[in-house]
Write a protein that binds this ligand. Structure first.
Ligand code: F6R
Length: 264
């Protein structure tokens, strides 16, 4: 587990975009797992800038989003499909056929639909690089606390905390969704490389629990300790409850010296 400490959200976004761009340049047909949410906005802006400057080609990149609200159509302004379109897809040369986001409008046959999402990931050769944010309750994707570490893509009931966090994006008279389709923790752990970004003091506790706490289904992101290639990129506020910050800085210096490929 590599922990990259940055001063603020802008530095996180820029570093994450550089790592993603490096992965795409090394493998133009990269299978990229994507997340939504406030933390991702800056990353997608940086990726857009790199593309518009002519230095990043998305034409062969294949994407799989982590999750989507149940009940929201692609056109709904709060759907994750809409978020991705607005923040990334409309601005880069991605082939629409290569975009995969769980369909929030499905009714019934949820298990069958979710199994087919997993099958599509497998057919694409698996996810090379998975981008993650983290919820205040430690969720990754919408794997709420007590999600099984072996869980697969499935219908998930959201916690009240997550519903409250997301309700600010919905109109006051509009009920925010109570369920979502999300990749499972087991699905996420199969990605070859994982990048988790966190900014702000609201993420300090889940970040510390995920990196330095026990592996527990009470904090879904702690399951990342089981993965061989995870990089956390976090700002000072989100890192404030970590006890080993000096050590992480030393590891980063040595990584830059001995295995710089991990940082490009
Ligand atoms: C969204 C997702 C969520 C968010 C998390 C953090 O696709 O998977 O796990 O990454 O809720 O969201 P923000 O960045 O808005 O704090």
């Amino acid at each position: 587990m590599l922990v990259i400490l940055k001063r603020n959200e802008e530095e996180i976004s820029s570093q994450a975009a550089q790592l993603i761009a490096g992965a795409i340049r090394r493998k133009p047909a990269l299978t990229l797992g994507l997340a939504t949410g406030a933390t991702m906005v800056g990353v997608y802006q940086h990726l857009t800038q790199l593309h518009q400057a002519g230095s990043l080609d998305f034409s062969r990149v294949v994407t799989f989003n982590l999750d989507e609200y149940l009940g929201l159509s692609a056109a709904h302004p709060q759907s994750f499909r809409h978020f991705m379109q607005e923040n990334l897809f409309a601005h880069v040369n991605i082939n629409p056929r290569n975009i995969h986001i769980p369909d929030g409008t499905i009714r019934d046959h949820y298990d069958q639909y979710c199994a087919s999402y997993e099958q599509t990931i497998r057919k694409a050769g698996g996810i090379d690089l998975q981008l993650l944010g983290i919820g205040r309750n430690g969720h990754i994707g919408f794997n709420e606390p007590t999600s099984s570490i072996g869980s697969r893509t499935r219908l998930k009931v959201l916690t009240q905390e997550t519903i409250d966090d997301n309700s600010k994006f919905f109109a006051p008279d509009e009920a925010s969704p109570r369920c979502a389709i999300t990749m499972g923790i087991g699905t996420i752990l199969e990605a070859r490389k994982i990048l988790l970004l966190a900014a702000g003091s609201a993420k300090a506790a889940p970040v510390a629990q995920s990196i330095e706490g026990p592996v527990t289904s009470a904090v879904s992101a702690s399951a990342l300790q089981l993965h061989p290639d995870v990089t956390f990129i976090i700002d000072d506020a989100a890192a404030s409850q970590l006890t080993q910050r000096d050590y992480y800085r030393q590891v980063l210096e040595m990584t830059a010296l001995l295995t710089p490929d991990r940082l490009s």
